[in-house]
Design a protein around this ligand. Structure first.
Ligand code: NAD
Length: 276
């Protein structure tokens, strides 16, 4: 995967540390936007059944000259498909919309604890990995008790947990649990959906390094050992967000960014109470 940094997963596969997210990218422009991202150098693409743009991601992969084994494609199982058989069927549909014969990483999108079916969904993912059609399997938006439950009931530790994470919501307790169990941490909304780009601390560090605020935040993710999947539909920003491999933050920068963490810094839904 070239010179870009990667993280080794607990199943021995590797994932690029910087990927490209396509939530809210309209389906009719997804192929174009993902092609831009691949041309810019991204090799990891994050979609989901519920984003309704898997076909566009697939179209970009088909028409691209980058070999399939150099791409890392993630998609996710939606909450209404948590039953074991339903999960297997839903995976087949995602695969077919993407036009692929395997997925690099398949995730349970939310635990949806009020449905209480995520442990069965996890068994389906374990089966898909056994079949070799999902090379790596993981979860998204799982809190510690949700993780503990699937580990206890299946004996299989997820490769990765994709959660909301940015300097204003750093998820320290969850990351510590991940580190203890060999689970990689992937940050969704790594830029705080753009809200963090106006932060005075981020802007001051950006000025000092002659970089943009988005580049400073993405560098914080990389220097923190996280996987980040920023989204943009604007070609210049897609490239800007990928141009972060030629500088590093120093200890003072990291300390100042660490201090931005807030207990009420969450932007998206709380996984425990999210009802969809
Ligand atoms: P993000 O933090 O990546 O922010 C994206 C927004 O920031 C853009 O829409 C744009 O407005 C702005 N932006 C991006 N680059 C910029 C730049 N260089 N300069 C100025 N503004 C810029 O937020 P996101 O899209 O919510 O999250 C990224 C990805 O994470 C999603 O596309 C999706 O793949 C994933 N995600 C997953 C979940 C989940 O439940 N698993 C939830 C949300 C997002």
């Amino acid at each position: 995967m070239g010179l870009q940094p990667t993280i080794k997963l607990n199943d021995t596969r590797v994932i690029p540390q910087l990927g490209f997210g396509v939530w809210q990218v309209p389906s009719d422009i997804t192929a174009t936007v993902v092609s831009e991202a691949i041309a810019a150098g991204y090799r990891s693409i994050d979609t989901a059944a519920v984003y309704e743009n898997e076909a566009g991601v697939g179209a970009a992969i088909q028409k691209n000259s980058v070999p399939r084994d150099q791409l890392f494609i993630t998609t996710k199982l939606w909450n209404s498909r948590h039953g074991y058989d339903d999960a297997l069927r839903s995976f087949d549909k995602s695969l077919s919309r993407l036009g692929l014969d395997y997925i690099d990483l398949f995730l349970i999108h939310w635990p949806a604890p009020q449905r209480d079916l995520y442990a069965g969904a996890w068994r389906a993912l374990v089966e898909l990995q056994r079949q070799g059609r999902a090379k790596s399997i993981g979860v998204s938006n799982f809190n510690i008790p949700h993780l503990q439950r699937i580990i206890d009931t299946s004996g299989v530790v997820p490769a990765l947990n994709q959660v909301e994470l940015h300097p204003r919501f750093q998820q320290r307790a969850l990351r510590q649990f991940h580190a203890q169990h060999g689970i990689a941490t992937e940050a969704w909304s790594p830029l705080g959906q753009g809200q963090l780009l106006e932060d005075a601390t981020v802007r001051a560090i950006a000025k000092k390094h002659a970089r943009t605020p988005a580049q400073i935040i993405l560098r914080w993710h990389l220097d923190s050992g996280l996987i980040a999947i920023p989204k943009s539909v604007t070609p210049v920003r897609i490239r800007e967000n990928f141009a972060v491999f030629d500088f590093q933050l120093n200890a003072d920068d990291m300390r100042e960014l660490a201090a931005l963490d807030r207990s009420d810094g969450r932007i998206g839904p709380d996984p425990e109470t999210a009802d969809f």
